[in-house]
Every structure is written in structure tokens, then in C-alpha cells.
Design a protein around this ligand. Structure first.
Ligand SMILES: *[C@@H]1O[C@H](CO)[C@@H](O)[C@H](O)[C@H]1NC(C)=O
Ligand SMILES: *[C@@H]1O[C@H](CO)[C@@H](O)[C@H](O)[C@H]1NC(C)=O
Length: 471
């Protein structure tokens, strides 16, 4: 693990130094071409390694405004916009503030507009996209030194907007990576009176051991939610909000392949791999805004307990598990609000990322030696496989599986006695195998099959006859 970590860092450094000049150069050419067609729409700034070295570190923060009246064409926005020129900003609407993070290549965050549009499709708000590409580029440790200055500049703008009638509680900051800590510091400057901060995989390096004054924490806004997807590399591993969603345990995401670094000379794919886990938080959030399917987090003290099926309901939240997205307090109705509440959920590898949580429970008769059984759930088109290692000391086993379709669409279950290679594994006798889905408001009975003999060398299977939505 640590070897891989070191490799990644080394690779990233090499990558940043060698490649920025060439890649950024070519990207800029593309962007110029696009600008020619784009008319008067405002866009992010971008910077090159050459500019950066020549001009030194120059802090430059600007704002792009998108509203329902200009969803496709951002307008520059600044302190004077409300006084001097016609602006789409409507002071009686709530305001979303999007803050990007570290830009290794000095390039524009291409997702800024997409996130703004996803927000606008759901709510009639002002969306301000903070552009601090210039300060956020190239050297991570220098960037970390500067994030508070960015927060300070943003707070000046918020003060101005307050003078025009905007209420502090009507602001919702959405910060990606380092941007989450920028939002957290804005929150600190306003003593936690900002309405909401959402952190999308808040940055980990140099922040995990920082005190709460320096990083995002629940005291920064009336409600703070965070999504964690890469807490072993670029994300933070500790909870930082009222609720913290750890996707698939918060470290490694489905579909972000564990590269073997065989393609060290092909830089771009490797960089894509390195940030795939980290950027997943943003993509899941955008997908949740689209409302394709609910992404609910289940409260649990650890991912290990969650995977073992120890947490299968909404616990203290009385039947309402927190949901990723815009609903107030993530849909929580209980008070007081929790703090640093860890929530776990499994996702699939592609949009809309939702998976059904299927709890698989085996009751085994006492064995005289350890054994192994492979369980396969089948639907019309997919199969999900889970292998259990059975031990003499235990008779009940549980596991949680991410399943693409709900329980009611599971057509069959199969079991294979995949015994040890060096001695004969006998038949395995199971008292029962049960399947249930959680969290579930309707308390459905689990699907169970009792008294099963899984014989060595032959496949056991059982078909379920069920219809969705009929009770
Ligand atoms: C601002 O929003 C309010 C409330 O939605 C609306 O009544 C008003 O017309 C809007 N102002 C402008 C200039 O669009
Ligand atoms: C959200 O919906 C829009 C429009 O239907 C689509 O273009 C976009 O790709 C979707 N985004 C995600 C992340 O699913």
C-alpha cells in the first residue's frame, strides 16, 4: 500500500513538472478556438507553467454567474455588478457558490458549468462559480498556503451581497477537494451562519491533522454534508460535516481500475486513474441532483461493520436515512442534528451510480473443518458473486452486496461447494440462506430457502418466483 502511495506521488510530481508545459500549451490552443465561437460568454481563466514562473504567484479570484436566464452563457460577476450594470443576479433568490480545488495542470475545471446547470435544473437560484485557477495551480503546498486568502476575498463579496439584501442562511457553498476547505474558512469567517456547505471529497493531504479552524468542520455552517471517495489518497479520511457519506468505504471506487502502472510513459491515462476515485464524489453528486435514483447513507461506526451486515436500518434517524443531494439537512427530520455522523453506501461504477443493498445471510450446521462456499445471485442479465470462507467456530455468516436491481428482481440463487484443494471438502449443510434488501420502509419478509445440501462437485440452485410491487 505505502509503496503504491509513494509511486503515485512520485509519478504525480514527475508528471506535473514534465508535462505541464506541453499539455497546457496544447490545451490553450484548443481553448482559443472555442472562445472564438463562444461569443461574449465568460469563462474560467487558465494559466500555463511559463506564465506562472514569469509572473510569480498572483492571487486572482473572479466569479462566473449562471442563472436560469443564462444557463448556457456565464456572465462575469464582481463586487460592482449589482450597482453598475444589468446582471442576472436576483438578490431575492438563494445563492449557490461552487469552489474548485487544486489544479495540477493550471487548466480550467471543465465540470464547473455542468454542476451549475445540474443545480439550476432543480432550483431557481443564483450560481456563482469561483474561479481561482491562477492561485490553485501547480504546487500543492503553495496552494495550501493561499486558500485562506481566497476565502477572505469571497467573504468580501458575500458582505456586499448582504448589503443588497441577501441573507447569510441563503448561501450554499459547494467545494470540491481543496475548495471544501476554502468554503470551510469562509464559514469560519461568518461564524457558522452560512446556510450550508457541501464538501465533495474534501482534500486530505495537509488537512487531516489540521485543527478545525483550518479545515472544514460542522461548525462552519448551519448544515455541513460531505461525500468521501478517495480518503486513502487525495481525500480526507475523517468525518468533517454533520453527515459524512463514505461511498464504498470512502477509498476505492467501482470502475476506477487499480492500474499496474504499466503505462508510465502514457501520462494522461495514469493521471486519469490517479484522480478517478477523487473526482467520483463530484460525479455522484451531479447524478444525485439529476434525481435519477436516491443515494441513501446508512449510519454505522465502521465500513467493516457495514460490510458484515451490522447496520441495516436508519438507526437513530428513525426510518429516514440521509440522502445525497439538495434536500434540507440531507432529508434528516430528527433533532438535534448529528455531528460527524459516518454514513455508508455502496454504489455502482457508472451514472446514476445507485446500487441496491442486499443482505445475504447463511446459517450453517457446525462443520468439522473449514470450508468454502460460493454464492451467486442471478437476474435476467446479471450475476453477483460472493465467496464465504466457513470456519468451524462460527455458524452464521452475513454479507452486504451491491446489486444492480432490487431484491424483487432476483431470479435465482446458486451455491457451489468450492472446497479446499489439499483435502476433500465434504458436503456443506446449510440450515438456511436468506436475502433481504435494506434500508427498507416496508418490512418485507426476507427471501429464505431452508435445509440445503451443497454437495461437492455439483451446483445447487433455486429459482425465486416473485413479482415486483405486489404485496
Ligand atoms: C427575482 O425573483 C423574484 C422571486 O422569484 C421575482 O418575483 C422577481 O421577478 C425576480 N426579479 C427579476 C429581476 O427577475
Ligand atoms: C443530468 O441530466 C442532464 C440532462 O438530462 C444530462 O445531460 C447529464 O449528463 C446528466 N448528468 C449526470 C451526471 O447524470
Amino acid at each position: 500500500m505505502s509503496l503504491e502511495y509513494t509511486k503515485t506521488l512520485v509519478l504525480l510530481c514527475v508528471f506535473m513538472v514534465c508535462i505541464t508545459s506541453t499539455v497546457v500549451g496544447s490545451e490553450e490552443k484548443q481553448e482559443e478556438a472555442v472562445e472564438g465561437e463562444g461569443g461574449d460568454c465568460a469563462d474560467f481563466s487558465s494559466t500555463s507553467w511559463r506564465q506562472y514562473r514569469e509572473q510569480g504567484v498572483r492571487q486572482q479570484v473572479q466569479y462566473l454567474l449562471l442563472t436560469r436566464r443564462n444557463m448556457d452563457c456565464a456572465q462575469m460577476f464582481n463586487q460592482e455588478s449589482l450597482d453598475t450594470q444589468p446582471s442576472y443576479f436576483n438578490t431575492s433568490h438563494p445563492t449557490k457558490v461552487i469552489i474548485h480545488g487544486f489544479r495540477a495542470l493550471g487548466s480550467k475545471p471543465s465540470w464547473g458549468k455542468e454542476l451549475a446547470q445540474a443545480l439550476l435544473r432543480v432550483q431557481d437560484v443564483n450560481v456563482l462559480v469561483v474561479d481561482w485557477v491562477y492561485g490553485a495551480s501547480f504546487a500543492y503546498n503553495l496552494v495550501v498556503d493561499k486558500y485562506k486568502e481566497v476565502a477572505l476575498q469571497i467573504s468580501v463579496l458575500i458582505n456586499q451581497l448582504q448589503e443588497h439584501g441577501c441573507k447569510l442562511e441563503s448561501f450554499h457553498f459547494i467545494g470540491v477537494s481543496l475548495g471544501a476547505h476554502v468554503a470551510g474558512f469562509v464559514g469560519t469567517l461568518f461564524e457558522g451562519k452560512i446556510g450550508r456547505i457541501t464538501g465533495l471529497d474534501p482534500a486530505g493531504p495537509m488537512f487531516k491533522r489540521a485543527n478545525t479552524f483550518d479545515r472544514l468542520d460542522p461548525s462552519d455552517a448551519q448544515f455541513v454534508d460531505a461525500i468521501h471517495t478517495d480518503s486513502d489518497y487525495f481525500g480526507i479520511s475523517i468525518p468533517v460535516g454533520h453527515v459524512d457519506f463514505f461511498l464504498n468505504g470512502g477509498k476505492d471506487q467501482e470502475g476506477c481500475t487499480r492500474s499496474r502502472f504499466s503505462t508510465i510513459l502514457v501520462y494522461i491515462p495514469v493521471y486519469g486513474y490517479v484522480i478517478c476515485d477523487h473526482m467520483r464524489a463530484l460525479h455522484v453528486y451531479m447524478s444525485a441532483l439529476n434525481g435519477s435514483c436516491p443515494l441513501k447513507g446508512i449510519p454505522c461506526s465502521s465500513y467493516e461493520d457495514f460490510k458484515r451486515g451490522q447496520c441495516v436500518d436508519c438507526g437513530v434517524f428513525k426510518g429516514t436515512c440521509p440522502t445525497i443531494g439538495l434536500s434540507e439537512n440531507s432529508g434528516l427530520t430528527t433533532s438535534p442534528l448529528p455531528k460527524e455522523q459516518k454514513l455508508f453506501l455502496l454504489t455502482s461504477s457508472s451514472p446514476p451510480f445507485c446500487a441496491h443493498h442486499i443482505l445475504l445471510q447463511l446459517e450453517v450446521s457446525p462443520l468439522d473443518r473449514s470450508a468454502e462456499v460460493e454464492v451467486t445471485l442471478r437476474t435476467e442479465s446479471q450475476r453477483t458473486v460472493k465467496t464465504f470462507r466457513l470456519r468451524t467456530s462460527t455458524t452464521s455468516y452475513t454479507a452486504v452486496l451491491a446489486h444492480p436491481v432490487p431484491l424483487c428482481q432476483i431470479a435465482s440463487i446458486e451455491m457451489k461447494n468450492t472446497g479446499a484443494r489439499f483435502y476433500r471438502q465434504g458436503d456443506i449443510h446449510l440450515k438456511s440462506v436468506c436475502l433481504s434488501e435494506f434500508p427498507s420502509l416496508r418490512r418485507e419478509d426476507p427471501l429464505c430457502v431452508n435445509n440445503i445440501n451443497v454437495r461437492r462437485g455439483s451446483l445447487w440452485s433455486h429459482d425465486f418466483v416473485q413479482v415486483c410491487g405486489v404485496f
